[in-house]
Design a binder for this molecule. Structure first.
Ligand code: GLN
Length: 302
């Protein structure tokens, strides 16, 4: 591959087959250290050539035309510069849905599907419940819940107008009539005791964590990632606010950092929550903690 000119991304002339383009692209990505080089090469090629996988593998000798070849060069150059694959493709899969994504919203992670599965199994499927997904970003959690539970009403709360536009495009394309987008700051504008479930993947990375400058993160909105010096600023606010917004017995499910489980459980304990449970992600790391409000609260003034 290096003999074709390793200094520039546009190594492919117009007369190249799909099969060779796939091999070249994969080699460029793996030389640059991308661990998912094979998968990403395929995704970039399918996008550039506007073909499906079946065409690629049934007809690998087919030639790329000049536009397809230029597009592939362009997409590969962007990926080599570190741009997230999901932003380059403009979409990603999450739970059972496909979402539009863009630089204004966090890229949904597979770890976050854990929150969706937890909510789906913890609450009655047919009841007309009201849920809120806080800091909804692209709308991932809200839309996955709404798809799985047509009887629920799901509020997708988001502060960033840019993210809200992405969420609205997703809501519209998925025809999610039971999702309502709300511009807001966590639960500040939500009526007291109006929710059965609050779920959130809030920012939770420590402000000085070197992780913020690695992988996809430098391209994602900082406000969706970092949360004060200990990473818990927003989680604290959500735990406090959710006490008022949830009905008695209501459930709060929060994603957090792999090393924040004990601190989040302690926060819930101090605030009088019950049934405090932490679940692990696909890598076996503590990734989400849930708790319920006591069934009857006698501290409220009605
Ligand atoms: N899990 C993400 C990461 O570390 C962070 C997402 C978040 O802060 N909510 O890449």
């Amino acid at each position: 591959m290096t003999s074709r000119g390793s200094g520039s991304a546009d190594v492919k002339g117009p007369d190249i087959s799909l099969g060779s383009a796939l091999r070249d692209t994969r080699a460029r990505l793996s030389q640059a250290g991308f661990v998912e080089a094979r998968l990403e090469a395929e995704l970039l090629l399918l996008e550039a050539a506007t073909i499906g996988r079946a065409t690629l593998y049934a007809w690998p000798e087919r030639r790329l035309d000049i536009d397809q070849s230029r597009r592939l060069d362009d997409l590969l150059r962007r990926r080599l510069a570190g741009e997230p694959i999901a932003y380059i493709l403009g979409r990603t899969g999450f739970h059972a849905i496909e979402l539009d994504v863009g630089p204004g919203a966090l890229i949904p992670r597979s770890d976050t599907e854990l929150l969706v599965d937890w909510a789906l199994e913890a609450l009655p499927a047919q009841a007309p419940l009201t849920c809120a997904d806080l800091g909804s970003g692209s709308g991932a959690i809200a839309l996955a819940l709404a798809r799985g539970r047509p009887a629920w009403r799901v509020l997708a709360v988001e502060r960033s107008p840019r993210a809200l536009r992405i969420a609205e495009a997703n809501r519209h394309r998925l025809g999610a009539a039971n999702v309502q987008l709300i511009r807001g700051d966590w639960l500040a504008g939500i009526a007291p005791m109006s929710l059965d479930l609050v779920v959130s993947n809030p920012p939770y990375v420590r402000a000085r964590d070197p992780h913020l400058s690695r992988g996809d993160l430098p391209f994602e909105p900082a406000e969706a990632l970092a949360s004060g010096i200990d990473g818990l600023r927003d989680i604290r606010r959500i735990v406090t606010q959710a006490r008022h917004a949830l009905r008695a017995g209501g459930l709060l499910l929060l994603e957090h950092g792999r090393d924040q489980g004990a601190e989040v459980r302690a926060l819930f304990h101090r605030d009088g929550w019950r049934a405090i449970v932490t679940r692990r992600d696909l890598a076996g790391l503590e990734r989400a903690t849930g708790a319920r409000l006591p069934p009857v609260t006698n501290t409220r003034v009605h």
